[in-house]
Design a protein around this ligand. Sequence first.
Ligand SMILES: [Zn+2]
Length: 99
Amino acid sequence: MSDHERSATPPVQQAHCPACHRTVRPTPILWGLPLPEGMEAAERGEVILGGCLVSPFDPSHVCPACRTRLYETPDGDFEVWVAAWSIPGSAQDRGTLPH
Ligand SMILES: [Zn+2]
């Protein structure tokens, strides 16, 4: 028989943060509807609730040291997440542009 199936969130392994270059345990972001257990975990600081926004390219983790949003690559590494999508004409995006 094999190990029993894990239904809980698997532990996040230590990883190298590409932003602050520390060895950290990135905090997973829970996307979608916050379940009661997810909210409890968020209160304990184990996860971060990302809300219901779902885009094709979301950050999956947050560095607990520098709060940089990260995403996990297929190789299991972490990269700095940058918004790959933007809304043309967004008032917020234009807030800092010189006029
Ligand atoms: Zn970091």
